[in-house]
Design a protein around this ligand. Structure first.
Ligand SMILES: Cc1ncc(COP(=O)(O)O)c(C=O)c1O
Length: 301
C-alpha cells in the first residue's frame, strides 16, 4: 500500500496489524522514531506524543533497545498485535543489534502470535549493504516500511509491504485506506526508478567499496582524535559517538559551515548520524572525511 510519507506507512502498518490480529497493543522501542502522525507518533517518543495529548500508554508499550527479556514480558499476555522496530534505530545513533537479536525477536513474536514490522525508512534501499537491513540480520518481517529515498528526493512516497495474510483487508475493504497522493502515477514512476538504482548490482558493489573506504577513513581519524570515541557502522549506515554529552549536536553545528549537513541523534546526543548516499564516490567521501576532521578540531576544542 502506497502512502505520501513514512509516518503514514507506519500508521497503515499498525492498523493492518490490529485488524489482522484483533489486538490493539503495539510494542516498540523507547528510543524509536516512526514518524509524527497519530499512530506512528504514539509508537515513538512518549514525551512528544503526550505533549499533543496523543499518547496512549495502555496501547503502546515501550521497551529498551536490545532488551529481549523486556520484549518477552511485554508479549507474555498474548495481547500485542505487533512489534514495530527500526532494524538499526537511527534517532538513537544507529546502535547495531547483537548477533542473534533478530532471530530471538522473531521467535518471541511467533510464539506470542505477534506480528513483526520492520521500519526500514532509514535502513532500507541498500544503505546497510543489503537492499533491506533485515536481510543482513537473516529474518523476514510480516510487514516492511520504506519511504524517504524511495521518492528520490523528488516526490514524497512511502510504502508498507505486507504479507499476504496481513494484507487480506485490501481485498475485503479496498477503501479502508486512501490518500490523494499515495500511489500517484508520478510518485510511482519516481519510486520505480529509485528502486532500480538502489537494487542494482553496480550500486551494491559501490556501497561495499565505499563502506570499506569509509571504515578505513574513520579509524584513521579516530586514531588521531580521541573526541571521536565510537564508530558504529553497517554498510554506509554510520553512527559516530563523541566524548561529550552533546558531542553529536556540537558536531552537527561544526559541520554545517563546512557545507555538510549531518543530523545528531535526538535520543542520544553524543551521537551523530552519518549517512552518505549510495552513489558516493571516493572523491566525495574523501572530501566529507576531511570536513569531518576539520569539524572535530573545532568541536573538540
Ligand atoms: C525510521 C523512520 N520512520 C519513519 C519516519 C517518518 O517518515 P516521514 O518523515 O516521511 O513521515 C522517519 C523520518 O525521519 C524515520 O526516520
Amino acid at each position: 500500500m502506497f502512502t505520501p510519507s513514512g509516518s503514514e506507512a507506519n500508521d497503515v502498518a499498525i492498523k493492518s496489524a490490529r485488524h489482522a490480529t484483533g489486538r490493539r497493543k503495539i510494542g516498540s522501542l523507547e528510543a524509536g522514531y516512526h514518524g509524527a502522525s497519530g499512530l506512528s507518533g504514539a509508537a515513538g517518543d512518549d514525551a512528544n506524543a503526550a505533549y499533543f495529548l496523543s499518547d496512549y500508554p495502555d496501547e503502546f508499550l515501550k521497551v529498551p533497545f536490545g532488551d529481549l527479556e523486556a520484549v518477552e514480558r511485554a508479549l507474555s499476555a498474548g495481547d500485542v498485535a505487533a512489534v514495530l522496530i527500526e532494524p538499526i534505530p537511527a534517532t538513537f545513533g544507529f546502535p547495531i543489534p547483537e548477533p542473534g537479536y533478530f532471530q530471538e525477536l522473531r521467535g518471541l513474536c511467533d510464539r506470542a502470535g505477534t506480528l513483526l514490522i520492520a521500519d526500514e525508512v532509514q535502513t532500507g534501499l541498500g544503505r546497510s549493504g543489503r537492499l533491506w537491513a533485515v536481510e543482513g540480520f537473516g529474518i523476514e518481517p510480516d510487514m516492511l516500511i520504506s519511504g524517504k529515498g524511495l521518492g528520490g528526493g523528488l516526490y514524497p512516497i512511502g510504502v508498507v509491504v505486507m504479507s499476504r495474510g496481513v494484507g487480506e483487508w485490501l481485498h475485503e475493504r479496498g477503501w479502508g485506506y486512501v490518500s490523494t497522493f499515495g500511489g500517484s502515477e508520478l510518485g510511482c514512476s519516481v519510486a520505480l526508478r529509485a528502486l532500480e538504482l538502489c537494487a542494482s548490482e553496480k550500486t551494491a558493489t559501490n556501497v561495499a567499496e565505499m563502506s570499506a573506504f569509509l571504515s578505513e577513513g574513520l579509524s584513521d581519524i579516530r586514531s588521531r582524535h580521541p573526541f571521536l570515541c565510537d564508530v558504529r557502522q553497517q554498510g554506509l549506515i554510520t553512527g559516530l559517538g563523541f566524548d561529550e554529552a552533546n558531542g553529536g549536536m556540537r558536531m552537527s553545528a561544526a559541520l554545517y559551515p563546512t557545507g555538510l549537513w549531518a543530523m545528531f541523534a535526538g535520543f542520544d546526543r553524543r551521537y551523530l548520524q552519518w549517512k552518505p548516499g549510495l552513489l558516493v564516490d571516493r572523491s566525495y567521501l574523501g572530501e566529507a572525511l576531511d570536513k569531518l576532521e576539520t569539524a572535530i578540531r573545532h568541536a573538540a576544542g
